[in-house]
Design a protein around this ligand. Structure first.
Ligand SMILES: [Zn+2]
Length: 426
């Protein structure tokens, strides 16, 4: 049987004391909590290389974790091994007389299939076997698809258009693979998994910032980019109880296909039309000019089908400079991946948030030198990122990370000259 250590489950009695140790003393990153309602448990994943620690906190006295802590005190609870074929693994163990808690594999979290081995057969350790929802895909941490935040008078909802993959070298630029592969493991084609997280800003009007990959590309494109649309923006909107018709404003950070792909859809006759039928689409004029006058260095990142139909439908509004798009929501040009790439700052009730788009695509990119090789102007990215980070640290800005596969939003912290992200709980 081939198995990989997926995670180690640790039963915790006092979460803040546990965080003081794992996060503050050890300096590990703790991801946003995941609630497993039917187990009466809250799970906090702590990535450590290719596997994770899972801090398990009971949410009710009848929870198995509460009973465990009461009986044996906090500590090591279980280890989880990831296998390719759980049926084969269970049959194999049964044929060897191993005692199983689950004689037949059963559904686990995130579409996985699981089975527990009894500690009496495993030398006192509770072992969980887990087959991820697609055995050939690496497990994605906390794919919690939508997360809601309140910012003063505004509601912010981070959505998801699924996942895609891109060459790790392109994504991390001058950073050696030995460093980036610790936080973003590469697959056998050297690709790393990225999320796509459009953001809803709900105030007097409803805005969406960027819209994922949509249905850009054919089967060959989906293969090259490892497009994973098992969960996509349509489902995320529905989970947020929103319909495309509810969106008043679509705001583009820039027009690369992984941000603007979801701006258009094909109707029944095959014609491209705006996906959000009532919305005004707001694009920076310089970005529009670049996207409609391509050159060899940026051609691969744009697909005219994503944005030309907007002009034809008369729903395009071009903005010249840094400007307020709706009350509390401003755009700011940063350059970097494209000359006119912009971030979005959001302010309400004295609180601040920011949509960092591709300036800081994943939490790893808060480190200054982590700049994608894709960026046309890395020194511009560096200067803009430095200013963004300083502001985010000083003003407690809730930062949204568009491409992070597991963290939707967090707060940037600085200690000993190093920056890291504390995931925000929604
Ligand atoms: Zn991007």
């Amino acid at each position: 049987m081939k198995a990989i250590l997926d995670h180690v489950g640790i039963a915790v009695k006092d979460l803040s004391a546990a965080l003081a140790f794992y996060r503050d003393a050890l300096g590990l990153e703790v991801e946003a909590a995941e609630e497993v309602t039917n187990q009466r448990v809250r799970a906090h994943f702590v990535p450590v290389g290719k596997s994770k620690l899972e801090l398990l906190e009971a949410t009710a006295p009848e929870s198995a974790i509460a009973r465990y802590v009461e009986k044996r005190g906090p500590g090591l609870h279980h280890i989880t091994l990831r296998v390719d074929d759980i049926d084969a693994a269970v049959n194999h163990l049964r044929s060897r007389g191993i005692r199983l808690i689950d004689e037949h594999p059963r559904p686990g979290a995130e579409g996985s299939t699981i089975a527990f081995i009894h500690p009496s057969s495993a030398h006192g350790v509770l072992i969980e076997l887990k087959q991820p929802s697609m055995a050939n895909q690496p497990a994605i941490h906390s794919p919690s698809a939508i997360s809601r935040f309140t910012l003063g008078e505004l509601e912010l909802i981070s959505l998801s258009d699924g996942f895609w993959r891109i060459d790790g070298g392109l994504m991390f630029g001058i950073v050696p693979k030995a460093e980036w592969s610790v936080v973003a493991p590469a697959d056998d084609r050297n690709r790393v998994t990225l999320g796509m997280r459009p953001l809803i800003v709900r105030g007097a009007r409803i805005m969406i910032i960027d819209a994922g990959l949509g249905r850009t590309g054919d089967a060959a494109f989906d293969d090259v980019y490892g497009v994973d649309h098992r969960y996509d923006l349509d489902r995320a909107l529905a989970d947020a109880r929103l319909a495309p018709e509810d969106i008043d404003i679509v705001l583009a950070s820039h027009l690369h296909f992984d941000h603007a792909g979801g701006f258009t859809v094909r109707d029944a006759s095959g014609r491209l039309r705006p996906r959000f039928p009532r919305a005004q689409y707001i694009v920076r004029r310089g970005e529009w000019e670049d996207a409609t006058h391509l050159h060899s260095q940026n051609r691969a990142r744009y697909q005219a089908d994503n944005y030309r139909p907007l002009a034809e439908a008369g729903v395009l509004q071009l903005v010249d400079d840094d400007a307020t798009i709706m009350p509390g929501v401003r755009v700011k040009r940063t350059g970097g991946p494209s000359t006119h790439h912009q971030v979005v700052t959001i302010e309400s009730g004295g609180k601040r948030a920011a949509f960092a788009a591709d300036l800081i695509p994943t939490t790893g990119h808060v480190t200054e030198s982590w700049i994608p090789a894709l960026d046309l102007y890395p020194m511009d990215t560096l200067a803009a990122k430095r200013a963004f980070n300083e502001d985010a640290v000083a003003r407690e800005v809730l930062v949204f990370f568009y491409h992070d596969p597991s963290v939707a939003a967090g707060y940037i912290r600085e200690a000993n000259g190093q920056r890291r992200v504390i995931p925000a709980l929604s």
